[in-house]
Ligand binder design. Structure first.
Ligand SMILES: [Zn+2]
Length: 212
């Protein structure tokens, strides 16, 4: 089980669990957000183009996304396998991957919209991007950052309405993907609404039972 994909909506704990899965399988993970950020920071023409697309709130076109990932995955550090996070986002991208690589398993962290909204809308940040959560990681003093004493606020992206809108789009595009991998008998579903630790334990148990 060397080439895998992790799917899951915002608030499913995907970034935490993706590192755990990659470490357990002994492969490197590559996330779309990490890859895009890296290209933007490098400041190449391509990076500038990506920055422009993202600043307009648009999605990166499929063709560009596919090219970026394939270029990355050709690097020697992925010879042993990989875990993809945030790619594919849709059927076009999934079919492109299948032409190039044999995917062994696709993990889906499933959570309800209610849980996702509760998790994300509880987030508070300060101007220095320190992140807290009203329930899971509250600051010592309500509304103030523990680390830099500035005021905490809710980002526009984190309001229940904004999260609900993103979830709706996510569900619409991902339904096809889940169906696609289910038909290939590759889909493994974990209940992402449990605590991070419990989900981690379930994933590790599964992986240990299936890595041969
Ligand atoms: Zn702060």
């Amino acid at each position: 089980m060397k080439r895998t994909i992790l799917l899951g909506p915002q608030g499913s704990g995907k970034s935490t669990q993706s590192q755990l899965i990659a470490d357990t399988l002994g492969v490197k993970k590559v996330s779309s957000s990490g890859l895009l950020k890296q290209l933007v920071v490098e400041g190449s023409d391509l990076g500038k183009e990506i920055e422009k697309i993202m600043s307009e709130g648009l999605l990166i076109p499929d063709k560009l996304m596919i090219d970026l990932f394939f270029a990355e995955l050709k690097k020697p550090e992925y010879a042993n396998g990989f875990l993809l996070d945030g790619f594919p986002r849709n059927l076009v991208q999934a079919e492109a991957i299948d032409k190039e690589y044999k995917i062994d398993k696709v993990f889906n962290l499933e959570i309800s919209d209610e849980v996702a909204i509760a998790r994300i809308s509880g987030r508070r940040v300060c101007k220095n991007r320190h992140v807290f959560h009203v329930e899971y990681n509250p600051p010592r003093q309500i509304g103030m950052c523990d680390l830099c004493d500035s005021q905490l606020f809710q980002r526009d992206d984190d309001t229940p309405e904004a999260v609900a809108k993103r979830l709706k789009i996510y569900r619409e595009t991902t339904a096809q993907l889940l169906d696609y991998y289910e038909k290939q008998d590759k889909l493994v579903i974990f209940d992402g609404s449990l605590g991070i630790r419990e989900v981690s334990d379930m994933i590790v148990d599964y992986l240990k039972g299936h890595v041969g």
